[in-house]
Write a protein that binds this ligand. Structure first.
Ligand code: AMP
Length: 473
């Protein structure tokens, strides 16, 4: 995937982190966020609680750009939460960076969210009608407002009860970490669409979007937060409450395909092993005579290794990606198109010249990356290029935190395989089925969200948001 495209059109699920009971809470949160950087590069923030005072610092850019030893030292306390953001709702503004910190009648509350609330628009209108004033354009603020409103209202003197009540009003996908002056709270939506795990570091408790953040700080994975569960950590220890009646579990299948880091385990499945298994299944379902198998860096590498292993065809490095392209890279103008410059990605002529290549990638969204990589290989002398995709055709926009292109831009919408082959200029293109994907990952299809592939949305989507989808299907 090319970063410039990425920046222009997508928001990934964000990353959240939280820790309770460690004197170095801010610094450990920094390392945790650093491990979750792949989940969002737009802004980063940390809030800490120290003797009844919540402080926070957030900024635009990467974790390492926002925090310094000096500013981290100004975040004392032994409870902290953190967030890395790639905007899914709300524009790219510093006001929308998280954690969001609010003051209410009973005290202070900090909130960090990964996911997307599907009834945010409607809730916002209702709250605004009652006089609520919003600081941000994010759906996360809704939860803070609701919690603040319930706290202090009759029957909800206890802030935990108020927060729990607030979650009864929201719908959609959320993995949230919240912090009061003396508590760390983690909540996962009733379907568990976005991941959230619980870990331990000595006596401290840790929450993170992905278990790779536990490894980063030397913490141990305890378990996933269950769908619909709210874990509350205070001085007395960990308490588990239900926020909503259990619904069908629906962990995002795309986490395994692309979003999560290979060294994370989700629902007990290692992401790298899942990607390799997807590649192996692809080789069984869609074999082809070829001289070598290559992956599109970085997203297709694991599946390509699995494909090569299963097919008994040598795995090769056919494409090299320049790792140093970041936000500061001077983007080419239309006249010197980046594809033509081969700055970000280049093909290895020595490897592919005269060869029949199986090119593996994890997904095709708009088809731009695929066409570009196929062209690169042909220009370097490849005789045939067979594209193998380790997921099903991506046909339906995500309303749960991955802000993909509009339906009209998804190449698999309204095009046959033959047409897609022509559009990406490959000799053949083959995908996995969702059933094959679930089998390869090793989780029941009925326990996964596969809406982007099947159009079966586990949580009803606001008709205003869904309008565009139905226009194209
Ligand atoms: P496209 O050019 O739109 O077909 O892009 C497909 C490429 O983007 C694949 O190589 C994927 O690895 C990558 N990709 C898929 N989903 C996302 C996402 N949500 N954010 C960033 N990159 C993605």
């Amino acid at each position: 995937m090319l970063e410039s495209d990425h920046d222009a059109r997508w928001g990934e699920g964000c990353g959240v982190f939280g820790i309770f009971g460690h004197p170095d809470a801010a610094r450990l949160t920094y390392y945790g966020l650093f491990a979750l950087q792949h989940r969002g590069q737009e802004s980063a923030g940390i809030a800490t609680s120290d003797r009844g005072e919540i402080r926070h610092l957030k900024g635009m850019g990467l974790v390492a750009d926002v925090f310094t030893p000096d500013n981290l030292s100004r975040l004392p306390g032994n409870i902290a939460i953190g967030h890395v953001r790639y905007s899914t709702t709300g524009r790219s503004l510093i006001e929308n960076a998280q954690p969001l910190v609010v003051r209410y009648r009973g005290g202070m509350l900090a909130v960090a969210h990964n996911g997307n609330l599907t009834n945010a628009l409607q809730m916002r209108q209702e709250l605004a009608a009652r006089g609520a004033v919003f600081q941000t354009t994010t759906d996360t603020e809704m939860v803070a407002h609701l919690a603040a409103r319930y706290a202090g209202a009759d029957g909800h003197k206890d802030v935990v009860a108020a927060i729990r009540r607030a979650f009864q009003d929201v719908q959609g996908a959320y993995a949230m970490v919240l912090m009061t002056e003396d508590r760390l709270i983690g909540v996962r939506d009733p379907h568990g669409i976005r991941p959230l795990s619980l870990g331990r570091l000595g006596d401290a408790w840790v929450l993170a979007s992905e278990s790779c953040a536990f490894d980063a700080i030397g913490a141990e994975m305890v378990r996933d937060v269950a769908p619909g569960e709210m874990v509350v950590v205070d001085r007395a220890g960990l308490h588990s409450l239900a926020v909503a009646p259990a619904a069908r579990p629906a962990l995002c299948l795309f986490e395994f395909v692309y979003l999560a880091r290979p060294d994370s385990n989700l629902a007990g499945v290692n992401v790298h092993m899942a990607r390799k298994a997807l590649g192996r299944r692809l080789a069984r379902d869609w074999p082809v005579e070829a001289d070598l198998v290559a992956g599109v860096p970085d997203s297709g590498i694991a599946a390509a290794a699995g494909y090569a292993e299963e097919a008994g065809i040598p795995y090769e490095v056919a494409l090299v990606k320049n790792r140093y392209i970041g936000r500061t890279f001077i983007q080419p103008t239309e006249s010197d198109r980046l594809e033509a410059l081969h700055v970000k990605l280049n093909a290895l002529r020595k490897v592919v010249d005269g060869k029949r290549v199986v090119l593996v990638d994890d997904s095709i969204v708009r088809g731009v990356t695929s066409r570009h990589t196929v062209r690169l290989l042909r220009a370097a002398g490849a005789q045939e290029v067979h594209l193998r995709i380790s997921s099903a055709p991506y046909r339906w926009p995500c309303f749960y935190g991955i802000d993909t292109s509009r339906a009209s831009e998804l190449v698999a919408v309204g095009h046959s395989i033959r047409e897609i082959e022509q559009m990406v200029e490959a000799d053949s293109v083959r995908y996995l089925s969702v059933e094959a994907m679930a089998e390869a990952v090793g989780l029941p299809l009925s326990s996964l969200c596969h809406a982007c592939f099947s159009g079966e949305y586990p949580v009803p989507v606001d008709p205003a948001q869904a309008k565009e989808v139905f226009e194209y299907h």
